[in-house]
Ligand binder design. Structure first.
Ligand code: PLP
Length: 377
């Protein structure tokens, strides 16, 4: 198999499976239980939190575990709007956020909030100036992702944080860093981001674990789940110790030789683009600089068909975001591409384990695909 869909999810390394198995087999007591077997589970959760918080550059007390990136996004946005409820009801976000953000904003619109959706330019970028232009007295939240999951564009989150400070805005800043964490610079504390969402399964961890960074300046942030009082009373539910152990191990693995892993992904992305552009008709989509995401189009050919065709040859890529399940992608639509180009957009995404052979396989498959198509015309 040639797995080139790492923005959808990543393969789980054996070390991560082992860390999870140890947590399940050896230390599976309830972390809230006071006897040593339970406290072993607590130790796993707390050492995992310390590893991930250190990688994010935040105190471990500010990192809260959730079940996924979606949960972190929903909690952050609903919590921020509640936090600012006496100051206003206006939210700024971009029209190319993940559906976890966009659907939450739609809920909030139905509850009386006003949302400004910033449109990207043709390369997929949104600027800090657009945020400045949309900012109002009653803006309570700006939610901007760090890396777009379809174009790989890196958004100017640090600049937006500076801008909010310069303008003395009371709006909170949420960043969905699910695709950006450990791929591009990501530093919520020094940037001044209030809330940041992470997910384990985009970097070699298991599915079913996410985290939310909450700045210490947000005292009394609204709890997500009431109950037994875990996660400092903000997100109740028995800690998913095996998932946490797996997430933390995945982070440790990614940090080992971090720079060379990033360089490896960037080099393969450049190689892949260079090769694909030699195939007649192929065009690059967006100007994303994240090292792990590449979008191209084979204009006029439905991307769903390309994905199934390559899938049957053991090559895994995707047609835009995997979450769209056949529906046309809102990100691709927002780029304003010609119809034929938009229809043929595919996403190829890399991990530190991607090889030059994987790139060669996708190149050959797309080249054959295009040759057969030309022969039929
Ligand atoms: N945000 C972004 C940018 C994503 O790419 C994804 C998943 O694709 C999510 C949020 C949702 O994360 P999860 O699958 O952990 O719920």
């Amino acid at each position: 198999m040639h797995y080139l869909d790492n923005a959808a999810t990543t393969l789980v390394p054996e070390e991560v499976v082992q860390a999870m198995a140890d947590a399940l087999l050896l230390h599976s007591g309830n972390p809230s239980s006071q006897y040593p077997y339970g406290q072993d589970g607590k130790a796993i959760a707390e050492s995992g939190r310390a590893v991930i918080a250190k990688a994010l550059g935040c105190p471990k007390e500010q990192l809260f575990f959730t079940s996924c990136g979606t949960e972190s996004d929903v909690w952050a946005i609903r919590g921020a709007v509640w936090h600012g409820r006496h100051r206003g009801r206006h939210i700024i976000t971009t029209s190319v956020e993940h559906s976890a953000v966009l659907e939450t904003c739609k809920w909030l619109e139905a509850e009386g909030c006003q949302v400004t959706y910033l449109k990207p330019d043709r390369t997929g970028m949104v600027s800090a100036q657009q945020v400045a232009d949309a900012l109002r007295e009653d803006t309570v939240l700006v939610s901007m992702m760090l890396v777009n999951n379809e174009t790989g564009c890196v958004f100017p989150v640090a600049e937006v944080a500076r801008l909010l400070k310069d303008k003395n805005s009371t709006a909170l800043l949420h960043c969905d860093a699910v695709q950006g964490f450990l791929k591009v610079p990501c530093d919520p504390v020094s940037w001044g981001v209030d809330l940041m969402s992470l997910s384990g399964h985009k970097l070699g961890g298991p599915k079913g674990i996410g985290a939310l960074y909450i700045s210490p300046r947000l005292r009394n942030f609204r709890p997500l789940l009431p109950g037994g009082g875990q996660e400092q009373g903000l997100r109740s539910g028995t800690e998913a110790t095996a998932q946490i152990a797996g997430f933390a191990k995945a982070v440790e693995l990614r940090l080992d030789n971090y720079e060379s892993k990033i360089r490896h992904m960037s080099d393969l992305k450049a190689l892949c683009l260079e090769k694909l552009l030699t195939i007649p008709g192929v065009v690059a989509v967006g100007g994303g600089t994240a090292p792990h995401i590449l979008s191209v189009s084979l204009p006029g050919y439905p991307s769903g068909n390309i994905v199934s065709d390559l899938g049957s040859q053991g090559i895994c890529i995707s047609a835009g975001s995997a979450c769209h399940k056949g529906k046309s992608s809102h990100v691709v639509s927002a780029l304003g591409l010609p119809k034929r180009t938009a229809a043929g957009v595919i996403r190829i995404s890399f991990s530190p384990d991607t090889t030059a052979e994987d790139i060669e396989a996708v190149y050959q498959a797309l080249k054959n695909h295009q040759a057969q198509r030309c022969a039929m015309l």
